[in-house]
Write a protein that binds this ligand. Structure first.
Ligand code: PLP
Length: 287
């Protein structure tokens, strides 16, 4: 395996960063997770645009153009000879002094890791997930805006810990007003009487690329999607619920906080969308 580090390819075992890197010291940086399906890098441009926006928002200047990074990602995939893979693209503020001041870091680190993908087993897609809601709340946009995919994932890690302690693998986060925001690393949709609902960005969610892909698919398939805030109650009484994300793709949720959702099986719209999504990823991407 080869890791791209600021223009050079380094062996995985030799790819290291400094303990003075502000990504390590303070979580000062941004990242993306991207999938490769049959050699196609799925919606690479959209991921890169989100990366550059996250970086811009925290005044982190990526020392390459979007085209250069696009080429570096594709080359990294080829070099690792993987046709189905997960790409982790990380930009950290770089090495600095033991103080918060980002102006003391002059050399951002740009890292591209290409690795094998660890999916949920197919059984989980067939059966659906049992999840909970957790006490950890999603930041509202006055703090660190959830639209920034920053290296500060502690909030999301707390959600994972709380989910695990409740005996499940995933959970939903509410925002401080009690509206459902998203999962630990996924967006959420519910279906009620044939209409889909997903929280708008201002509720406190990442602008997920998979979420967008699902909204495009719904448009094409004739399903109505409303970006509208909803509560736990709306989830409990929904006909279907599912999560979307680069790693999770589209996965049904069949139980939330002990309440079965619909008939506690992946619903017809969720199954259809997963099927269409799996067709889409094979054709929609950079070769
Ligand atoms: N929400 C959070 C907090 C995430 O980390 C992710 C993963 O990137 C998502 C949602 C889903 O976004 P995407 O579909 O772009 O992977």
């Amino acid at each position: 395996r080869w890791v791209y580090m600021n223009g050079k390819y380094v062996k995985k075992s030799e790819a290291t960063v400094s303990i003075f890197d502000h990504g390590f010291l303070y979580g000062d940086g941004v990242f993306e997770g991207i999938r490769v399906y049959d050699g196609n890098v799925f919606r690479l441009r959209e991921h890169l645009e989100r990366l550059y926006e996250s970086a811009r928002s925290i005044l982190l200047e990526i020392p390459y153009s979007i085209e250069e990074l696009e080429e570096a990602v594709v080359k990294s995939v080829r070099k690792n000879r993987l046709t189905n893979a997960y790409i982790r693209l990380v930009v950290s503020r770089g090495v600095g002094e033991l103080c918060l001041d980002p102006t003391k870091c002059s050399d951002p680190r740009v890292i591209i890791i290409v690795d094998q993908v660890k999916l949920f087993p197919q059984e989980m897609y067939d059966k659906g997930l049992e999840i909970v809601t957790v006490p950890t709340r999603r930041n509202v946009p006055d703090a660190l805006n959830p639209k920034i995919k920053s290296l500060n994932y502690l909030n999301n890690i707390l959600v994972k810990i709380e989910a695990n302690r409740a005996g499940v693998g995933e959970a939903l986060m509410l925002n401080s007003d009690g509206y459902v925001a998203e999962g630990s690393g996924d967006n959420v949709f519910i279906v009620k009487r044939g209409t889909l609902y997903t929280p708008p960005g201002y509720v406190g969610a990442l602008d997920g690329i998979t979420r967008r892909a699902i909204m495009d698919l719904c448009d094409r398939l004739g399903y109505e999607v409303k970006e509208q805030p909803f509560t736990r109650h709306d989830v409990f009484v929904a006909d279907e619920c599912f999560l979307t994300g680069t790693a999770a793709e589209v996965i049904a949720v069949v139980n939330v906080d002990g309440r079965p959702i619909g008939d506690a099986k992946p619903g017809p719209i969720t199954r259809r969308l997963l099927e269409e999504f799996r067709k889409l990823v094979k054709v929609d991407g950079v070769q």
